[in-house]
Design a protein around this ligand. Structure first.
Ligand code: ADE
Ligand code: ZN
Length: 346
């Protein structure tokens, strides 16, 4: 039950978020201001209009709205603004460290310079760091529907952007009809140049997509992964390997990937012993935040304070920080958590 004490704990607990899209985090107000300044005609002209658009019946409709609205973001300074606003917002939620994805193809297709975009985002996060202490690293999340051939050029750009804090390579976008396997060579090269690997998989396609991600792409983390529940063999494998599964519950409800809270498999995945983390994915698009996700899993799945701490620890150790930094970060966070639990009696 979400008591006032547990609610206070959730609000104040130190957090780490691993599955979060920069473009999916911009506020409706910022989106409208950027569209006006950049002379971009959007399908909405005020906050109510944007919110009207953020009602989708299924995943492909979500992607269409997402791509229509993202057109407002054009210049390096726009990305800097999004990053600064996201960084300070996360810091206000006591997020100590986050890994944030940027979707390169959505920008490249509009002739936006992706290096300028990444440099802008890095600058915005650096400003948020100076003001609040939050640390943020970046991942490029390639839209799988654009195919493996075009991914090579983007990977080259990811390589050139590593000094801006790009630490990971991922695939996202439309999972249906775009399995992981054709990306195997691109992922192998990404690993070779020193990037960490993730993939959205098992979000709207079944276990075969997760198998492809872990087998063919050798990813360290799976985004969503909820359909793993349909394959006992896969569950066993993921538990053995302790593959990190970044679950985004509200996202799954809003895109229709899960039909209801009761039908969402987070509780089963966690109880089975998978290495699960909880994340917000696209806060603006799914009316959520990392804080809100923690609240919702307490309300809908009865997660306890001990379990929330365990999920947070999973996020620290599932991150792409170097091992010694993970230990230091968890050490600090664990101390804070203990103090907070004592103070609140939870
Ligand atoms: N890009 C932004 N959000 C996404 C999601 N939930 N799945 C795939 N691609 C995405
Ligand atoms: Zn995502």
């Amino acid at each position: 039950m979400l008591t006032p004490e547990i609610d206070a704990f959730i609000v104040r607990m130190p957090k780490v978020e691993l599955h979060l899209h920069l473009e999916g985090s911009m506020s409706s107000q910022t989106l409208l201001e950027l569209a006006e300044r950049n002379n971009i005609e959007l399908p909405a002209h005020n906050v109510a209009g944007v919110e009207q658009l953020l009602r989708y019946r299924h995943f492909s409709e979500f992607l269409t709205v997402y791509m229509a609205l993202v057109r407002a973001v054009v210049h390096g300074e726009d990305f800097a603004r999004l990053a600064y606003e996201l960084g300070t917002d996360l810091a206000a939620q006591h997020v100590r460290y986050a890994e944030v994805m940027l979707s390169p193809m959505q920008h490249i297709l509009r002739d936006v310079d992706i290096i300028e975009a990444v440099a802008g985002a890095a600058e915005g996060f650096a400003r948020a760091h100076t003001e609040t202490g939050i640390r943020v690293k970046l991942a490029l999340d390639y839209g799988r529907q654009y195919g493996p051939d075009r991914a090579w050029k983007v990977l080259e750009q990811a390589s050139a952007a590593m000094h801006h804090g790009v630490i990971a390579w991922s695939i996202g976008g439309n999972e249906i009809g775009h399995p992981p396997e054709p990306f195997a060579e691109v992922f192998a090269e990404a690993r070779r140049i020193g990037l960490h690997l993730m993939a959205h998989a098992g979000e709207v396609v079944g276990p075969e997509s997760v198998w492809g991600a872990v087998d063919a792409l050798q990813v360290e983390r799976v985004g969503h992964g909820i359909r793993s529940i349909d394959d006992p063999h896969l569950l066993h494998y993921l538990r053995e390997k302790q593959t990190v599964i970044d679950v985004c519950p509200s996202s799954n409800l809003y895109t229709g990937a899960a039909t209801s809270w009761q039908a969402h498999p987070l509780r089963q995945l966690y109880d089975y012993g998978l290495n699960v983390t909880v994340n917000s994915d696209d806060p603006t698009f799914f009316y959520t935040t990392i804080t809100e996700e923690y609240r919702r899993i307490v309300m809908h799945f009865g997660f306890t304070v001990d379990e929330l701490c365990h999920l947070t620890r999973n996020a620290v150790y599932g991150s792409f920080l170097p091992p010694y930094e993970k230990h230091t970060l968890w050490h600090e966070m664990e101390r804070e958590i203990k103090r907070l639990r004592q103070e609140l009696g939870v």
